[in-house]
Design a protein around this ligand. Structure first.
Ligand code: N0T
Length: 533
C-alpha cells in the first residue's frame, strides 16, 4: 500500500486535449504544450534504428518524436507480446528529453495490411479482405472482419496496458495515432456480404444528426436513400470509423491518452463531387469529419497530412480541419525546406502541434513527396524555426488557447498579406531588403523560392510577440486606433527564459526599424510595443 501511494504521488497528470471556447490545448504535465514534432521514417521502429532518429530530432530542436509501433512487432505470434522495442524507445526518449506520439500501425497503414503480423496477412478466412463491386477480393482488410477487429483491438489494448504500467509516472508518451491514413484506394467501399447487408440498413441516428446530405435526399432511411451519390463513401467512412472507435474506446478504458486519426487528403479546392477514385475512400477526409465524430467519439482529432506544398491548397486544408469540434493538429507534413515556413501559419492559427515527416537520418528520402536530402541540411530549416519557438512553446500554447495568435506563410504568389488583431493591422511583405525597397532584379539572398513566415501573439492591447523569417512586418492602427498615427515604443529582441520571463537582448531602433520590422532567414523573436499619438 505504501509503495502504490508513493507511485501515485509521483504521477504527472495524464495528457489530455482541453477545449475552451472552440479552441484547444494539448495539456502535458497539466500545462498547455505546443508540440514541435518530427516524424521518423516508416521502418525506424527498431532499437537499432533509433540513434538516427534522435540525432535528427535534436538537430530539429523538436520536443516530440512521432514513431511507429507495428502490430507485427508487438505480436509476432498470436497471443505472445513483445514490448522490448517500446521499452527501449521510451527509455531513450527520456534520455533525449523527447516526448513521444506512438503511431499504431495495425489493420491499416496507408490503407494496406503490411504492418499486420504474418498470421493475419495471409488468412483471408479469419481476416477477410474487402470485395469490390465485381466481387473481386482486393488488398485492403475489411472493416467488417469481426476477428480482425477483435485481434487488432486486443493487441492495441495490450500496448495501452503496457504504457499504463511503464509510463504513468513520467508520461513520456503523450498521444496515440490509431492506424495510419486509413480508407481504401481504388474501391469506394466493401461490397462483401456483411458490408452489403449493413449498407442496406438505415443510417444510424448519430450520423443523421451530424452529416447533412450534399444533395437533396430522404431525411432518414438507407444510406443510398439519404446520401444518394455520396452513400458509398459515407458508408465506408462510417464502417472504418466505427472499427477505429472500438480500438480507441477499449484502449482508453485502460489508459486514457488523447487519440487521433490522420488523413491522406482529398483535394480541398476542387468542387465537391462523389468519390471517383481520387482519394482513399473511407478515410477521414474533410467531407466526412462529421461522420468520424458521430462514429468515433473516442477519437479526439481528425488530422491532415500535408503533402501538397501549394500555399492555396495547404491553407484551404488547414481551414477545413480546424473546427470548433476538431482541434488543428498536423501530424505529418513534407520535410522539403519549402514546408518550414508553414510552421508559422500552422502554429499561428492555433494548432496544438506540427511534425514534418522523415526528420530521421535513416538512409532514405521520400523525394519527390519530401526532401531529397537525408542529412543535417534536411533538418536545418525546421530546426531554425523550432529553435525560435522552443523557449516559449508553453507560453505559445497558452496564447493560442486564448485566441491571441496569428500566423502567416509566404504565398506562392509572393504577394503581401494582412492580418487584423485587436486595435492593429499588420501587413507582411516579402522579398525586401532590410533597408529600403528591393527591386525585381536585385532581390535579397535566400528569397529565390517562398520561405517567409511570421507568427504573432498579441499579449497586450498594444503589445505583440513576433517570430518569423524572411518577412517585413508593418503595423498600423485599426479598430479604435484606425487613422491614428503610431510608432514603436519598443522593439526588443530577446527570448523567454524557462520561467516565462522575457530576457531582452537589445532594442531595435533607427535603421533596424525605419523600413519596418525586417526579419532575415535567421528566425528571430521580438517583443514589440506600439503607441499612438
Ligand atoms: C505518408 C508518408 C508515409 C500530393 C509518405 C503520404 C506515412 C504516410 N503518406 O512518405 O508513408 O506513413 O502517412 C501520402 C501522400 C499522398 C500523395 C499526395 C500527393
Amino acid at each position: 500500500a505504501m509503495l502504490s501511494a508513493h507511485a501515485n504521488a509521483a504521477q504527472a497528470p495524464i495528457p489530455q486535449l482541453l477545449r475552451q471556447d472552440g479552441r484547444f490545448a494539448l495539456m502535458v504535465d497539466g500545462r498547455p504544450f505546443t508540440m514541435l514534432g518530427v516524424q521518423a521514417h516508416n521502418s525506424s521502429n527498431y532499437p537499432s534504428a533509433l540513434d538516427k532518429v534522435w540525432a535528427a530530432a535534436q538537430d530539429a530542436h523538436a520536443n516530440t518524436v512521432e514513431i511507429p509501433v507495428a502490430w507485427e512487432q508487438l505480436e509476432p505470434t498470436e497471443g505472445k507480446f513483445d514490448f522490448s522495442y517500446i521499452d527501449t524507445l521510451v527509455a531513450q526518449a527520456r534520455q533525449n528529453k523527447m516526448r513521444l506520439v506512438l503511431l499504431w500501425f495495425g489493420t491499416w497503414k496507408n490503407t494496406g495490411p503490411q504492418y499486420t503480423p504474418e498470421w493475419v496477412k495471409f488468412d483471408n478466412q479469419r481476416f477477410p479482405r474487402m470485395v469490390d463491386k465485381d466481387g473481386k477480393t482486393i488488398y485492403c482488410l475489411s472493416p467488417f472482419g469481426e476477428q480482425t477487429l477483435q485481434a487488432d483491438a486486443n493487441a492495441f489494448v495490450a500496448l495501452m496496458e503496457h504504457l499504463k504500467k511503464t509510463d504513468s509516472a513520467q508520461r513520456t508518451v503523450i498521444m496515440v495515432q490509431v492506424e495510419n491514413e486509413v480508407g481504401t484506394y481504388g474501391t469506394v467501399r466493401d461490397f462483401g456480404a456483411r458490408a452489403q447487408a449493413a449498407f442496406e440498413q438505415p443510417v444510424p441516428p448519430a450520423v443523421l444528426a451530424r452529416k447533412k446530405a450534399p444533395v437533396a435526399g430522404a431525411a432518414s432511411g438507407s444510406w443510398a436513400e439519404v446520401y444518394g451519390p455520396y452513400a458509398d463513401e459515407y458508408f465506408h467512412a462510417y464502417a472504418v470509423a466505427s472499427y477505429i472507435e472500438t480500438l480507441a474506446k477499449a484502449g482508453r478504458a485502460v489508459y486514457d491518452l488523447p487519440m487521433y486519426v490522420n488523413n491522406a487528403l482529398r483535394d480541398p479546392v476542387e468542387p465537391m463531387a462523389p468519390w471517383k477514385g481520387n482519394f482513399a475512400s473511407g478515410g477521414p477526409t474533410f467531407d466526412v469529419i462529421d461522420i468520424y465524430k458521430a462514429a468515433a467519439p473516442h477519437i479526439d482529432i481528425a488530422a491532415p497530412d500535408l503533402y501538397s506544398p501549394e500555399s492555396k491548397k495547404l491553407g484551404a486544408t488547414l481551414a477545413l480541419f480546424q473546427r470548433q469540434d476538431n482541434a488543428l493538429f498536423v501530424p505529418e507534413m513534407g520535410n522539403a525546406a519549402t514546408y518550414a515556413r508553414y510552421i508559422y501559419q500552422i502554429l499561428g492559427r492555433g494548432a496544438i502541434g506540427v511534425a514534418p515527416f522523415g526528420i530521421d537520418y535513416a538512409d532514405y528520402s521520400n523525394y519527390p513527396l519530401g526532401s531529397r536530402l537525408k542529412d543535417k541540411a534536411m533538418a536545418e530549416p525546421f530546426g531554425k524555426v523550432y529553435a525560435a519557438f522552443r523557449p516559449m512553446a508553453g507560453l505559445w500554447a497558452q496564447w493560442s488557447l486564448a485566441g491571441r495568435t496569428y500566423g502567416i506563410a509566404e504565398g506562392d504568389d509572393r504577394q503581401p498579406q494582412t492580418l487584423t488583431a485587436a486595435g492593429w493591422k499588420v501587413t507582411a511583405t516579402f522579398r525586401e531588403w532590410q533597408f529600403g525597397n528591393a527591386s525585381k532584379d536585385d532581390l535579397p539572398p535566400g528569397t529565390e523560392s517562398p520561405n517567409g513566415g511570421a507568427a504573432l501573439a498579441q499579449i497586450g492591447d498594444n503589445e505583440f510577440v513576433v517570430v518569423g523569417q524572411n518577412v517585413r512586418l508593418s503595423f498600423e492602427g485599426a479598430g479604435p486606433n484606425a487613422g491614428k498615427p503610431s510608432m514603436y515604443a519598443r522593439v526588443e529582441e530577446g527570448r523567454f527564459d524557462a520561467a516565462g520571463k522575457w530576457i531582452m537582448e537589445r532594442n531595435w531602433n533607427g535603421d533596424q526599424t525605419d523600413w519596418g520590422i525586417n526579419l532575415t532567414g535567421n528566425p528571430t523573436v521580438l517583443k514589440i510595443r506600439l503607441g499612438t499619438y
